[in-house]
Design a protein around this ligand. Sequence first.
Ligand code: PLP
Length: 369
Amino acid sequence: MYFPLPGTSLTMIDTPALLIDLDLMESNIKRLFERVAGTGIHIRPHLKTVKTPVLAHRFLQAGAKGVCVAKLGEAEVMAASGIEDILITTEVIGGVKLARLMSLLCQHRNVKVVVDSIEGVDALAEASTHWGVTAQVLIEIDVGQRRCGVAPGNATVELAKRIVGQESLCFMGVQGYEGHLQHIQDKVERTARCVAAMELLTDTTTALSKAGMPPTIVTTGGTGTWQICAEYRHAGITEVQPGSFVFMDADYRHAIGNEYANALSVLATVISRPSATNAVVDAGLKALSNDSGNAEPKNLPGVSYQNWGDEHGILSWEQGTDLELKVGDKIELIPSHCDTTINLYDHYFATRDSQLEVVWPISARGKTQ
Ligand SMILES: Cc1ncc(COP(=O)(O)O)c(C=O)c1O
């Protein structure tokens, strides 16, 4: 395993490597946490972005109430690191997964799951009874994303009744995540649509309370919407769950602006110079995801990057651009989508002032089950 020593200059780190600029990352965390604290709402950051307990613990130290994970496998990693209040934000379905979940709940009773179907509730109740545990459950409500989630209103109330009727389940509340709105560039439109989503969510929490099942947790929001969601604290929203703010990525920055800095980059080496206006680097699709477009070269104005296959990427610029790039030079690329890029790496190389400070394992990388 390749582990450069702390103090190693950034240009001496082997490539492709996933870098964190610690100063930028820390200022992103500070900014978001200070702002959330100012609203009186709780923060439960989503760890599907960072995928490492190291940063999860930093969030908790900064004042997070708990954490979110997308998958059971991520929950297992975070629980093993000593984190207790974990919300799994995707439905846990199927006998194999339920057995794993039950085994996790035996040791970590504060792990919570979302459900959105009668089948899901009944299977969870049966497994919890069998294992002698109480599962804490939130209903996922579809507030417009058209992904998972029951319809707001009556359908949610009916599912809540089914949960409350099960002795082995504890109804904790609701999740309504408006993921389809996070990247809307027009802030007026993003706000208006988020307001509509929050009204669906809070009308439903009111209906639950009227039916005698007041939710303890009402969780929502991402990096692009949490401030709008937080306005609904008095209507019942209790917490927000942003994830990308910590690193940001090129795509998110284009959508919501420079509020948070791009703190993540991929270090790559120029391995060939096929022409006067091109350079080939050793970072292709296996080093940078492209589901949200191409990565962007950092501090190289006028230069664009395109993946050129699995292991190669190509930099291009106009004839006459003032640029000297030699074979062996190192450059940095800002991922277009941080979550899917991070999932390609085993380690973060965390840097400060262009020197390696520490290497962090990305222990939940690849934990898609
Ligand atoms: C359920 C849920 N909550 C929160 C988030 C975090 O959103 P963001 O990374 O936009 O802050 C995500 C991201 O996909 C999500 O799926």
